[in-house]
Design a protein around this ligand. Sequence first.
Ligand code: ATP
Ligand code: RIB
Length: 298
Amino acid sequence: MTHIAVLGSTNMDLVAFVAKAPQRGETVTGREFRTVPGGKGANQAIAAARAGATVSMIGAVGNDAFGTRLRETLEHSGVDTDFLRTVEGPSGTAHIVVDDEGGNSIVVVPGANGTVDHLSPGDEGLIASADTLLLQLEIPPAAVVAGAEAARRHGVRTVLTPSPIQPLPPGLLAATDLLVPNQYEAITLTGRTDPREAAAALLELVPRAVVTLGATGCLYVARDAAEPLVVPAPRVEAVDTTGAGDTFTGALAVALAEEKPVREALSWAAAAASLSVERAGASASMPYRPEIDARFTS
Ligand code: ATP
Ligand code: RIB
């Protein structure tokens, strides 16, 4: 079985479902409130585990009730949490508004994630034992760089989700094998508004990139590929897109580690992500491998 390590965030998502998100200064009445385990790191870990990999999570939760539930949720999906520290103080939280079109806006308060600013003893050994390391930007950049460089030293493939978008340190780019921005992030990183041009420009930064394009699908480019690959997303009724990108990336990492051909890996990941948008919540919506296989072949 492939082994994926994730170095990243865990958040409790505090989700209000409303018809239409409020403007500044406006108050609206919501329909429903849910607490759903999330955080880009934990989401990618759960997505990869449910997609069939052995997964280890490196990060931190707080010593509060959210921290306990976040750890339990990871473990229930089969994620190894031996390297998920419990620290003094609150867990990370994400304050999310989901509207009737399934779109969202999010404020993240890092909490315990802010303490993950370096690799702790044992982290490098764990990274070295993995096939792939998944990284995002919801923990301090110093740890992301250290993780990517540790992976590089040990010949471990790195996949970076540049979210929340921020300037990427040159050392991080140099140690990234595959970058997976959404359209907004790709535009911000390259200054190009056309997705194809933005994707091509990303190859000046990293050897391979996938630009995700929401309901449209994704665009894959590689320095060693003659042409970009355009892969459509299955057409579905979106209920909540929170975590769609994380589901896509977690599943893609598994498929690539299993050495599926790239186009098949992208379609399989798109099948996984399409299942996640049909259901509410980030981690709660993530599909298990048999569901992904059924959607992929249908
Ligand atoms: P999010 O922040 O909502 O988790 P994202 O902005 O990181 O997502 P997107 O490009 O919106 O990333 O979506 C990632 C992938 O999820 C897409 O490439 C697509 O495969 C799938 N996806 C997203 N929205 C939909 C949708 N409405 N219908 C089908 N698939 C979708
Ligand atoms: O990518 C989705 C995630 O972003 C949510 O689960 C939330 O925690 C925010 O970090």
